[in-house]
Structures are given as C-alpha cells and as structure tokens.
Design a protein around this ligand. Structure first.
Ligand code: ADP
Ligand code: 5GP
Length: 197
C-alpha cells in the first residue's frame, strides 16, 4: 500500500490511548487521520457516531465481516469491534497517517495483512493505576470494569513478548509519555509535513 505508514496504538483499556491520540491529532492537524472502527458497545457521553466509532448492531457488523469488508475484528469485553477496509481507505485517500486503536487480538490479525504499520503499545505504570484511571473515568459498569481488568492482565503479559510491538510507551506522566510518542513518530510526521504545500 502507498502513502505514509499507518500507526497501530494498542494497550489495555484505560491506559490512555485515546487521550494521547486526541492530543496528537489536535497538535498535528492535517497529518493524522483516525481509522473509525465499528463497535457493538453503547456510545459513552460525548462520543459521536462516525467520529469515535461506527456504533452498530452485532448483526450489521457480522454481515460486514462475512462479506469480507473488515481487515480484522475481535470480541472484547462482551462486544464486537472491527476495522473496516473503508475506515482505512478513507484516511489513506487523504494521504494522512492512519491511526488504528485496536486491542491485542487486532494487532495479531493486522500482522497477517499487508498494512505494515508501526506497532506501539501504550501501557499503564501498574495494574493499580490502571484500575484507578478506569474507575475515575466513570464510563464502565462494575462488570465491564472487571472484564477490562482481566483483558488488561492478558494484554500486559502478551505485549512483553519480543517482536509484538516496535515501541512500548509507559503512560505514567501524560506530558512525558506524549513527548515520547511524538519522538517515536517524528520521522513519519516530517515526511507528511514535507508533502504539504
Ligand atoms: P484508553 O483510550 O486507553 O482506554 P483513555 O485515554 O480513555 O484510555 O484514558 C483513561 C483515563 O485515564 C481517562 O480518564 C484519562 O483522562 C486518564 N489518563 C490518561 N492518561 C493519563 C495519565 N498519564 N495520568 C493520569 N490520568 C491519565
Ligand atoms: P473501548 O470500548 O474502551 O473504546 O475499546 C475497548 C478495546 O477495544 C480497546 O482495547 C480498543 O483498543 C479496542 N478496539 C477498538 N476498536 C477496535 C477494532 O476495530 N478492532 C479491535 N481488534 N479492537 C478495537
């Protein structure tokens, strides 16, 4: 595929992926584009359909998967999530760096494609900090929170395996982690900026 290399941001729910990504997209307007996934979970307050996710029914997403419209999909915390081919093509058509926010299953599935992204894992400093962030975010029921913590334990183990991620960023202090993320993406950012008039 042509154009700048996409970026996969992964890591446990609550690690800070969305926070760091939104900062990046705000500071570098016209450089990054978000791959809008489909999900069967309900929108959180403030989330917009078509911007944060395509909020869909399981039937609709499953039909799209069956028809080969998705590059990957995964079950996470009782819901179906997936990246459609269109989500990526929309961003790449604008010659932007495509950012994908996917779980560890998505990372594995994307490795089987020809997308060739930079794989970055955003990790919390500890499970205790992660739990506090998820609770303070006040978006999850106790059941959903427990499922996310269980998935986080698995994620934190699997992410350590050599070769899974190109970069692992510990999101302890937000400003520090953001600087590290910017530094990691510096070459790709420059390449896109050089092509802009
Ligand atoms: P994710 O997208 O990985 O699920 P979020 O970006 O929603 O995670 O972050 C989870 C919560 O933690 C949010 O309420 C966010 O404001 C907060 N948060 C993110 N990064 C930090 C940080 N470095 N220190 C403290 N709180 C943070
Ligand atoms: P959340 O419900 O907190 O928005 O996302 C839950 C988890 O699903 C996160 O780990 C996030 O990275 C992951 N996720 C979001 N979209 C996708 C997707 O399209 N594919 C996969 N595999 N995971 C996704």
């Amino acid at each position: 595929m042509s154009g700048p290399r996409p970026v996969v941001l992964s890591g446990p729910s609550g690690a800070g992926k969305s926070t760091l990504m939104k900062r990046l997209m705000k500071d570098y307007e016209g450089v990054f584009g978000f791959s809008v996934s489909h999900t069967t979970r309900n929108p959180r307050p403030g989330e917009e359909d078509g911007k944060d996710y395509h909020f869909s029914t399981r039937e609709a997403v499953q039909e799209g998967i069956d028809q080969g419209h998705f590059i990957e999909n995964a079950e996470f915390s009782g819901n179906l999530y997936g990246t459609s081919k269109t989500a990526i093509e929309d961003v790449r058509a604008k010659n932007l760096i495509c950012i994908l926010d996917v779980d560890i299953q998505g990372v594995r599935r994307i490795k089987e494609t020809d997308l060739n992204p930079i794989y970055i894992s955003i990790q919390p400093p500890s499970m205790d900090v992660l739990e506090k962030r998820l609770r303070d975010r006040q978006t999850e029921s106790e059941e959903s929170l427990q499922k996310r913590l269980e998935a986080a334990r698995i994620d934190m183990e699997l992410s350590k395996e050599p070769g899974v991620f190109d970069f692992i960023i510990i999101n302890d202090d937000q400003d520090r982690a953001y600087e590290e993320l910017k530094e990691t993406l510096n070459d790709e950012i420059q390449k896109v900026q050089e092509t802009k008039p």
